[in-house]
Design a binder for this molecule. Sequence first.
Ligand SMILES: Nc1nc2c(ncn2[C@@H]2O[C@H](COP(=O)(O)OP(=O)(O)OP(=O)(O)O)[C@@H](O)[C@H]2O)c(=O)[nH]1
Ligand SMILES: [Mg+2]
Length: 299
Amino acid sequence: MSKQPIHQHIAVFGQAGSGKTVLLSSLFGRLHEPSTIHKNGYRFLADDSARGNKLLQKYLGMKEQAQAPMQDKFVSSPFGFKFVPESQPLDAKKKTSHIGITWHDYPGEWFESEVSSESERNDRAHTFRQLIQSDVALVLVDAQKLLDHEGDEERYLKSLFGTFRNTLLGIKSDIIADNERLEQFPRIWVIALSKADLMPELDAHRLHELVVLHAADELNALRKVLADFVNGDEALSVGEDYIVISSAEFKNGTIDLEKHKGVDALLPLSTILPIQRYQRWNVLRLLPAGLADEKMVKT
Ligand SMILES: Nc1nc2c(ncn2[C@@H]2O[C@H](COP(=O)(O)OP(=O)(O)OP(=O)(O)O)[C@@H](O)[C@H]2O)c(=O)[nH]1
Ligand SMILES: [Mg+2]
């Protein structure tokens, strides 16, 4: 019996320089290492092999030359890849691969700057529309910024969530009409510490405490704005899940990709977490009926 293919999307929001590109390169590069392929029994193929090569080049630049990728301001397009059993001949991949992931990131610069032209406004809306296919979104808290604001973390965290909220408010009318609500929308908003190697003592639990201590009101305000996008807003988790992520250890001009944290959790996070959460919401009858049918069939 042929199985229904599973395709999950993950959306990543982080300010400029918060580590989005390095994270994707580190994830994709490691999935390509022969030892990982051997251990998992899967190969990972980019839907667009030219872009896959570019990403691998970034990974290898870090691994072999200690060179972080250039920041790619304003460049955003979804990156898709799929898992193919290692034992399967490559030319059979289209027929039997069952799990695909698409990674969307929302350019950091768009958080911090006003729309500068009509075409940029269209770009932003187009990117956002693609990204809302995701069930899970990550909001990055940058450990470097926390360190830069040591003793005044509140200012950074308030401004991060506040700016993000304003970004969403700014784009809302381009995405939905006044009375419209979306069924498909990321309903799980995970707060992720990026560059966690810089703050090894901060685990997910302490990150949660830090965010609540300094920015509970901003988080609640963000939840309210997100709730206005969705139909069935009780089925929405904003800031209930926390994770700490380090793509590598960056120290004294070296990049050690072996020392990573949380990167391996990203795929389960985008595939298994939504299944569990949708099941819970379904039991509690919080999901709109049409969406419940669709998501439960998918699982
Ligand atoms: N210590 C540490 N530094 C990191 C890590 N990931 C990224 N960095 C640093 O942060 C810089 C910016 O990372 P990028 O991945 O390019 O940031 P981005 O979010 O893609 O930025 P934009 O493309 O401008 O939106 C890198 O050049 C590294 O110096 C990490 O896991 N640990
Ligand atoms: Mg980038």
